[in-house]
Design a binder for this molecule. Structure first.
Ligand code: SAM
Length: 298
């Protein structure tokens, strides 16, 4: 059944039972939705929010799924708590991208942090998320968050040596405004602005779907951080291509990602914050890689 009305003067385009499809040249992911709530061509990308039937409101950029209300917790808990519960004493955190606010929301659950800076290039992503993804964007006005609308590459180039304990690169895929976030020069600069025991975490694409980019990412990071200081961990994210997603954990010192804070402390944090994906067992399991992934990254 299809019941569609056209948009008038910026009103949401209301539809019913229509399929959104994210297409690659070989595979596609489709989600049935009941309307498009936001559709703006920003200076950088097309920003849209759909009201999907299975996953709630969903943000897409240039037709690619970024996050949905119902499965966002997997990505946001894994990109934040893995580093923050292994770094010995994180105080200063930098988030590059992350305009939906989910990463900032999770980072801010760590109350001992002194400084949290987030640099997002596109204010339309922030606007769309505040309007239509309020549970994800809820901390974007948090008093401790220094939210800067600018190019993350420029911000990192201008930042002082050793100025952050953790840099999280929560970026789009390596096309459009995020292209420069996937270059050797950018990661060298991130390495420079990390403190001596600093960590860099990035979303590192899907080993199944983006195998070429996935391999290149690990080669690049190892060239900068050292062969033994770059680790890969996995999570299951149903609305990303293939559902198998990876994150990289790189340390300027030689941090062991298995050196988790004491289990009681982690358990108390998980319980107090009602985390829905991350826990101490999952943390360890996430670094256990299937053989084909180990082979890909050597
Ligand atoms: N979780 C998502 C995923 O992997 O599909 C990514 C989250 S999305 C919110 C990533 C954000 O990075 C976008 O809002 C985009 O505008 C931002 N971004 C892209 N290039 C950037 C740059 N050079 N500087 C700062 N932010 C950037």
């Amino acid at each position: 059944m299809r019941d569609e009305k056209s948009s008038e003067d910026g009103d949401p385009i209301r539809t019913r039972d229509v399929w959104f499809t994210e297409r690659d040249d070989k595979i596609a992911l489709s989600l049935k939705h009941d309307g498009k709530l936001y559709d703006v061509q920003s200076d950088y990308q097309r920003v849209e929010v759909y009201n999907t039937q299975a996953y709630g409101n969903m943000l897409t950029l240039d037709g690619m799924v970024m996050t949905t209300e119902k499965d966002e917790y997997v990505y946001h808990e894994m990109i934040t708590h893995v580093p923050l519960l292994t770094h010995p004493d994180p105080k200063r955190v930098l988030i590059i991208g992350g305009g939906d606010g989910g990463t900032a929301r999770e980072v801010l659950k760590h109350e001992n942090l002194e400084e949290v800076v987030m640099v997002e290039i596109d204010d339309k992503v922030i606007e769309a998320s505040k309007m239509h993804l309020p549970t994800i964007a809820q901390s974007l006005d948090h008093p401790k968050l220094n939210l800067i609308i600018d190019d993350g590459i420029k911000y990192v180039n201008d930042a002082a040596d050793g100025s952050f304990d953790l840099v999280i690169v929560d970026s789009t895929d390596p096309v459009g405004p995020a292209e420069g976030l996937f270059t050797v020069d950018f990661y060298k600069e991130v390495h420079r602005i990390l403190s001596a025991d600093g960590l860099m975490i990035t979303q590192s694409e899907s080993p199944r779907f983006n195998s070429k980019v996935f391999k290149e990412i690990y080669q690049t990071y190892r060239g900068i951080f050292g062969q033994d200081n770059v680790h890969c961990y996995l999570a299951h994210i149903p609305t990303y291509p293939t559902g198998m997603w990876s994150f990289s954990y790189s340390s300027k010192g030689s941090a062991n990602p298995m050196n988790l804070k004491p289990t009681e402390e982690v358990d108390a944090f998980v319980k107090a914050n009602k985390l829905r994906y991350y826990n101490a067992d999952l943390h360890k399991a996430a670094f256990a890689l299937p053989n084909f992934v180990k082979e890909m990254i050597g």
